[in-house]
Design a protein. Sequence first.
Length: 107
Amino acid sequence: MAVIRPEAMPVGTDETYPHACVRLGVEARPEGWALWETWSDGNAKVTMVVSAMDTTEGLLTNWAKGRDLLPVMPLPSQIAQVHAGWTGWGSIFSPYGKRKLGLNGQP
């Protein structure tokens, strides 16, 4: 997961928020967008661009505290776009995602 906002882009990217929104195919919103990097039913990597900012921030806060909460599915109305592949913008993975990727013990 990652959050993009007009005033804050993920660490390690020099892309601007408006440019990222164009690339993701969404309108630039003042509150920003959450990027949920997950897997499709066929186990392909996908990025969902979602408006669920409070849910995303709550999950990130819990994961930072070591709480092993599984991600929830956003409501269909909260999904603005779905893209093949992951953005690679300093994403934070859930404890489940870390296990699935073999990243246990790594940030």
